[in-house]
Design a protein around this ligand. Structure first.
Ligand code: GLY
Ligand code: MN
Ligand code: MN
Length: 444
């Protein structure tokens, strides 16, 4: 957990953005049933983590920046309960939460419905994210409705609901030095796991064995979880963009694509590497790989302050299209092919996304005037071009030599004052570095 002073600063920044006369509600994620009476491991909502560091389920955070009684930060948490704590684990409880989390007032979560109308009185607008946690929507809307009764007595109550994401997402988009330290660690642990997976890979192994090794590497190094389900796709499976079955055997002569990221202190790493199962690229695989790698390297060079988010994608598309022409897959002028989006049969996704507490992190991709977002120091984005020749749906004759191949290369890039920092530089990605690593270690 971050230093309480850092969390307080985030709340102050948020309340400043909200302005006096507003109230805002942020909801901790609900617990989710996996099957029957067993749950998934609890993962707090990123917003509540960002604002409080509180990791327990059952929390709601309410801010009133202009509260006259000094109750600017109200927190709802689960009450202490001896039986439940013996069965399920410790609870901080309202009494201790006030001190531990720096709240102005704390209530047991059971009092939410009673307190919400009171917390809305005096505000003329409500910041809240509708439809994220629908069970909570009903409570918030009932609270809002109930607050309106106070209008009879001349009180303000919220007449507008404003998307809360519009404020907090923008704060979360810019990472502080403390967050970047954690993100460097998430990136480094992710890179080490990818290197390890390369090292143990060999023909005959199952995709899930590499998935398991990566999960082991993450967890044994203190990661909370994988940041998303790992993709381990051999051969044609690599052309299925979100392939997570990971059940097939890795075959001699195939490439394997691994897209996996650690979640370290709730921050995500997100790396993709593609390498030959037997440790040696065939000449044809090498040619396609070089195109993707060069697209990635060129796109990373575009990552600097003042350039636009879409410039990164445009650069990747240009290098990939040039590559598809040189491979003989596409024919014609590169400019016209780009104009006609000919690359889309082989490159159907965007080149990156924001990265942070969520793997597809929050923050707008466009400026107010609808132009692509200008990159600024503190933003972290992925750069992840690829080429995919699906075993069934890649129908062009010219693509035939490559059918059953999927290649993506992905790194995590921090925009700095002078350019960029590649947070995931430790994961091997040149042909030479990859070939030197694959098959050099045993699966534990
Ligand atoms: N692993 C998800 C992504 O790369 O976007
Ligand atoms: Mn990825
Ligand atoms: Mn990604």
């Amino acid at each position: 957990m971050f230093d309480p002073a850092i969390l307080k600063r985030r709340r102050e920044n948020l309340m400043e953005a909200m302005g006096e006369g507003s109230v805002g509600i942020w909801v901790g994620a609900p617990e989710l049933i996996r099957s029957r009476d067993s749950n998934f491991r609890y993962r707090p909502s990123s917003d509540v983590l960002y604002l409080t560091g509180f990791e327990e389920p059952g929390s709601v955070v309410v801010f009133r920046p202009g509260d006259e009684d000094g109750h600017r930060f109200t927190l709802f948490v689960r009450p202490r309960n001896e039986e439940r704590e013996i069965w399920e684990g410790r609870r901080l409880g309202p009494e201790r939460a006030k001190e531990a989390l720096g709240a102005d007032q704390v209530f047991p979560i059971e009092e939410l419905e009673e307190q919400l109308p009171k917390l809305m009185v005096g505000a003329d607008r409500l910041y809240y994210q509708l439809n994220r946690y629908p069970d909570m929507d009903a409570k918030v809307l009932q609270g809002l409705q109930a607050s309106h009764r106070q209008r009879r007595f001349g009180k303000d109550t919220p007449a507008t609901i404003i998307e809360s994401a519009s404020l907090l997402d923008e704060l979360r988009l810019f990472k502080s030095p403390e967050e970047l330290e954690v993100m460097r660690k998430a990136a480094s642990l992710t890179a080490q796991a990818h290197r390890r997976a390369m090292a143990v890979a060999r023909p005959g192994m199952k995709e899930y064995q590499l998935e398991a090794l990566i999960a082991y590497q993450f967890r044994v190094n203190g990661c909370t979880e994988v940041a998303y389900q790992s993709i381990v796709g051999g051969g044609g499976n690599a052309a299925v963009l979100h392939y997570i079955e990971n059940q097939d055997t890795l075959r001699d002569g195939d490439l394997v694509l691994i897209d996996a990221g650690a979640e370290y202190q709730y921050y995500a790493g997100d790396i993709t590497r593609t390498f030959p199962v037997n440790g040696k690229f065939s000449p044809q695989q090498r040619d396609v790989y070089q195109v993707v790698l060069e697209a990635e390297l060129a796109a990373i060079e575009v990552c600097k302050p003042g350039n636009r988010f879409n410039d990164v994608h445009d650069k990747a598309v240009r290098v990939l299209t040039e590559g598809l022409v040189s491979l003989g897959v596409l024919k014609g002028s590169v400019d016209e092919l780009i104009e006609g989006e000919a690359f889309k049969s082989y490159y159907m996704h965007k080149t990156g996304h924001w990265l942070g507490l969520d793997v597809h992190d929050v923050g707008r991709y466009f400026e107010d005037d609808k132009s692509s977002r200008t990159l600024k120091p503190g933003m972290v984005l992925t750069v992840e071009p690829g080429l995919y020749f699906h075993p069934e749906f890649s129908k062009d004759d010219a693509a035939k030599p490559f059918v059953g191949t999927g290649i993506r290369v992905e790194d995590d890039i921090l925009i700095t004052e002078s350019g960029y920092e590649n947070l995931t530089h430790e994961a091997p990605k040149t042909v030479e570095d990859i070939e030197a690593v694959v098959g050099t270690e045993e699966l534990p």
